[in-house]
Write a protein that binds this ligand. Structure first.
Ligand code: SF4
Length: 332
């Protein structure tokens, strides 16, 4: 398998005044070249810390890499110096952030912002820069690109600004694009357009994509693989269809149940997951989902569930799926 990125046993903590927060706890996943993986979970589960760790954007301190490797094209990014990372960031790996209004420079014309990142990595003339900015706006389907390159971000709608963010990220033709909640601030119709656009870019430019989201509905159309995170850990991962139709972990089941269905009765209540995730200052000894799980057993409180391989790359960390429980009726 041709993996562009391999995250191996990564653990990231933050040293704070009150103690250490174990934000990411020994996670592993791969991104295949030209494929899309979605990292899904509630706020605070460690998704964005993972994305920012790949980009090496976390300030050290307070962030500390306690363990693991982030291998991009065969090289461990955790061993790179800041100047080496500057050559990779915005060039081979690009990122689209959640809020386009705060991520774009309000004082700089959009065309200049598209070319600015590319100029950091190679010399281009003014006319080449202008052509690149127009081509990128065309690629992301912004109408009248010749006129729009001379406008400022406040002259664009929310959806159009997110397209500009994607144009900036794609201008250097990155091998890996990380999109952190790229559609959260947008209405449903624009969300669908942005997701279609990302699919088109993946197909046309063979870019590998990591999409970070709290919304399982968003990824149904775009992701090849899913990694579900909870309390800093990956608790289920595998091919999208495997996870959607053969869900193994109680938390993933609850997440899926909370996605609104198109044929829902308008009086029907949306499912929510009661309770809140554990405090990562003092991570639980056993399963992190124990306090919220209606299937919890005695063993779950005391022992961290092992990662069980269900075949075809589908794995989950839940005692319910342990072979001994499945064959002998329980490990309680
Ligand atoms: Fe629930 Fe136990 Fe599975 Fe955790 S290990 S999700 S508590 S059944």
């Amino acid at each position: 398998m041709d993996n562009i990125l391999e995250v191996k046993d990564l653990a990231v903590s933050f040293q704070t005044f009150f103690g250490e927060v174990e934000a990411v706890r020994n996670i592993s996943f791969n991104v295949e070249r030209g494929k899309t993986i979605a990292i899904v979970g509630e706020s605070g589960c460690g998704k964005s810390v993972t994305a920012n760790s790949i980009m090496q954007l976390l300030p050290k301190p307070p962030a500390v890499y306690k363990n693991g490797e982030i291998v991009f094209n065969g090289e461990n990014l955790l061993n790179k110096s800041e100047s080496e990372m500057t050559k990779i960031r915005g060039n081979k790996i690009s990122m689209v952030f959640q809020d386009p209004m705060t991520s774009l420079n309000p004082t700089m014309k959009v065309g200049k912002q598209i070319v600015e990142g590319v100029r950091k990595h190679r010399k281009i003339s003014n006319s080449e820069g202008k052509k690149l900015a127009i081509d990128m706006l065309k690629l992301v389907s912004v109408p009248q690109p010749e006129k729009r390159i001379n406008q400022y971000p406040h002259e664009f709608s929310g959806g159009m600004r997110q397209r500009v963010m994607i144009a900036i990220a794609m201008a250097s033709k990155p091998e890996l694009l990380i999109a952190d909640e790229p559609t959260t601030a947008l209405d449903v119709t624009v969300q669908a357009q942005i997701l279609d656009l990302m699919k088109k870019l993946k197909d046309e430019m063979n870019t590998s994509i990591i999409i970070i989201t709290h919304d399982l509905g968003v990824v149904a159309d775009i992701a090849d693989e899913l990694a579900v995170m909870y309390a800093g850990q990956i608790i289920e991962k595998g091919k999208l269809n495997e996870i959607y139709y053969n869900t193994k972990h109680p938390y993933t089941k609850k997440l899926l149940a909370s996605v609104p269905k198109i044929n829902m009765d308008r009086n029907e209540e949306l499912h929510s997951i009661e309770g809140s995730p554990p405090d990562l200052y003092i991570p639980p000894k056993g399963c992190s989902f124990y306090d919220r799980c209606d299937k919890a057993m005695r063993i779950c409180e005391e022992h961290m569930p092992e990662f069980i391989d269900h075949g075809n790359g589908h794995c989950s960390a839940c005692w319910l799926n342990h072979p001994q429980r499945v064959s002998k009726g329980g490990v309680e």
